[in-house]
Ligand binder design. Structure first.
Ligand code: GTP
Ligand code: SPV
Ligand code: MN
Length: 620
């Protein structure tokens, strides 16, 4: 670790506003240190040595538990405060100058007001702690689509997580010092160890503050996060930078920052396709990204599991990168039978948060194995035995692991120019109404499908699990500007791509039968849906025969979807694709209401799509 004073003053060319000029890194650190009053300032270089030292600090402080090296080498368990277990959407703010630029789906506070309020919160917030300076790159360092940032944080757990999730170190800092634009990401857990009277208090296992703020300043490309140490609230390269701030940069520069997984699909005859898919939080991105095919000859390789940046290339097509360096994946439900590639990925070098601990020092969660161990220590540190009626792991327990450890990672996952996208898939968690798969008639219809995604709420954020809510493009919590403007931006990107635009599809793995069970086996069998999508992408006579028109979009023709060996009944299959015109007219009513909330900013193209949907339903 290097102490502030040993660093030379950065010099070199300066970036254009609105990104901070390079000379500001040190000045900014000094200014934040003066405000937050840490005991020490440490500039991080991302080295192994530093990682070991930070790990040791966390072990000594009782903030990490070392797992049994025989089962889980180089791996640790962290247990959070029970009130800091997921993203806090109610405390997430988009502080644009103009309220209308944040739109009706974001919390808004005037930027000057928010900065004044947060300056009060940050004053002395790091007393007794260390301020870490973490320079990082989203995307491979120096890549054409990559972006730079510096996170300041008083949490060593956050630093270790950033090492896994982003590219940290000297190389990004050199680029910043050479004048590349960068994003300021300020974070404090908001739990000073020294009080106003100068008295030092003992630390706790998971310091945080009940008063949380995840504030974004889109015009100045800044993030100020206070009070939480968990996931997307605190690892600021992820949702705050790579989605909320990046979506605004993308709007201004004509590209897309999306809540999407990225995969390469290879057919039995060696045809390859690159697909990007947006599903809301905890709705299956990691699982689809790591799919192990149940159909012989088909292969899925992983490029990313949560975020994609997509930009038109010189050939006119849409190219995409995964800006992240690791996975922050949902643990519950991840097992040998559902996601064997994830299980292999987390063999070691993994930080687990809010998983249960086995008596022999490994982790466990619901769905990891069919039966639970007879005794566990639960995610809150209490004794746990099966049948207690409460889960051993928190439903939003997560693993943080380097992407390079994934056995299905694609060779070119770090390609500087990314990969060319053949298809975009939208999905959600819908027990009713939404069919297993359909294809959009064209780009604008695809944008309508994305804009009207609704999904049952999961444990990835605070709120009532199971409640149906609109989550357009799976970006409701992540769009850094007015959602209706974002839809218009999507329409304009399609216009620019023209006939080189990817095809758009919609899927739903979660439809249930009258008896409440999932109609579709999901997981590895989702390859059957990808096979149909690939058939449609071929553009051959057989592609045309594989589909028929339906009221909601283009659906598989009789027999075109391979369901052999699944044991689905005729009724199951019918229910998976059933379209109830009455229920859909009701959905259309809800869509109309939803659009009305955005006033006249809703692009006319989407209103036209809604009218067409109603007409098709009426004719059905
Ligand atoms: P975030 O990281 O929160 O953005 O989530 P994600 O979209 O990556 O979700 P993930 O793949 O981790 O899935 C969340 C939950 O959905 C897990 O409990 C999975 O087991 C479950 N799941 C994923 N795919 C399927 C599927 O095809 N069928 C069913 N029934 N469940 C699935
Ligand atoms: C999500 O909630 O979509 C996540 C987890 O991927 S977090 O990083 O906490 O946002
Ligand atoms: Mn996510």
């Amino acid at each position: 670790m290097t102490i502030l004073e040993s660093r030379p003053t950065p010099s070199g060319a300066r970036a254009e506003a609105p990104s901070a000029p390079a000379s500001d890194v040190r000045a900014w650190v000094d200014q934040v240190a003066a405000l937050t009053q840490p005991d020490a300032v440490v500039w991080c270089d991302g080295s192994d040595r530093e990682r070991h030292e930070l790990t040791q600090v966390l072990l000594d402080e009782g903030k990490l538990i070392r797992l049994n090296g025989e089962y889980r080498p180089g791996s640790y368990l962290a247990r959070s405060d029970p009130d800091d277990v997921a993203r806090v959407e109610s405390r997430t703010f988009i502080c644009s100058q103009d309220r209308d630029d944040a739109g009706p789906t974001n919390n808004w506070v005037d930027p000057a007001e928010m900065k004044a309020e947060l300056t009060d919160r940050f004053a002395g917030s790091m007393r007794g702690r260390t301020l870490y300076v973490v320079p990082f790159s989203m995307g491979p360092v120096g890549g054409r689509l990559s972006k730079l940032g510096v996170q300041l944080t008083d949490s060593a757990y956050v630093v270790l997580s950033m090492y896994i999730m982003t590219r940290v170190g000297a190389a990004p800092l050199e680029l910043i010092e050479a004048g590349e634009p960068w994003v300021k990401a300020l974070h404090s857990v908001g739990a000073p160890l020294i009080d106003e009277a100068g008295i030092r208090h003992p630390d706790v296992e998971w310091p945080c503050n009940p008063d949380k703020y995840i504030a974004h300043f889109p015009e100045t490309r800044e993030i100020w996060s206070f009070g939480s140490g968990y996931g997307g609230n605190a690892l600021l390269g992820k949702k705050s930078f790579a989605l909320r701030i990046a979506s605004v940069i993308a709007r201004d520069e004509g590209w897309l920052a999306e809540h999407m997984l990225l995969i390469k699909l290879t057919s039995p005859v060696g045809r390859t396709f690159h697909l990007a898919a947006a599903f809301p939080s905890a709705c299956g991105k990691t699982n689809l990204a790591m799919l192990r095919s149940t159909l012989p000859g088909w292969k899925v390789e992983t490029l990313g599991d949560d975020i994609a940046w997509l930009r038109q290339g010189e050939d006119g097509r849409l190219w995409a990168i995964n800006p992240e360096n690791g996975f922050f994946g949902v643990a519950p439900g991840t097992g040998e039978s559902t996601n064997p590639n994830a299980i292999e990925t987390i063999w070691g070098n993994t930080i687990f948060t809010n998983a249960a601990l086995t008596d022999d020092g490994d982790v466990w969660w619901e769905g990891m194995t069919d039966t639970a161990p007879l005794h566990l220590t639960d995610w809150q540190g209490a004794d746990w035995t099966p049948g207690l009626g409460r889960p051993a792991a928190h439903p939003n327990a997560r693993f943080t692991v380097p992407a390079a450890q994934c056995p299905s990672i694609a060779d070119d996952w770090e390609a500087h120019d990314g990969v060319p996208i053949d298809a975009i898939i939208f999905g959600g968690r819908r027990a009713t109404n939404v069919p297993l798969v359909l294809e959009a008639r064209d780009w604008e219809h695809g944008v309508f499908l994305g804009a009207t995604i609704a999904s049952e709420q999961t444990a990835a954020a605070e709120g009532a699990v199971g409640a149906l809510r609109r989550d357009p493009f799976a970006m409701l919590p992540f769009c850094g500007y007015n959602m209706a403007d974002y839809w218009a931006h999507w329409v304009s990107v399609g216009e620019r791509l023209g006939d080189k635009a990817p095809k758009i599809f919609q899927v739903n793995w979660f439809r249930k039968g009258a008896d409440g069970r999932y109609l579709w086996p999901g997981f590895g069998d989702n390859i059957r849906v990808l096979e149909w999508i690939a058939a449609r992408l071929e553009g051959t006579d057989a592609s045309a025969e594989a589909a028929v028109d339906g009221p909601l979009g283009v659906v598989p023709a009789e027999g075109a979807l391979d369901v052999s060996g699944l044991g689905l009944t005729e009724t199951d299959l019918d229910e998976l694709f059933a379209v109830d015109p009455t229920a859909w007219q009701a959905e259309a009513d809800l869509t109309e209401e939803f659009f009305a909330g955005f006033g006249d900013r809703v692009p006319a193209e989407l209103q036209t799509q809604l009218a067409e949907l109603r007409a098709r339903l009426a004719a059905a």
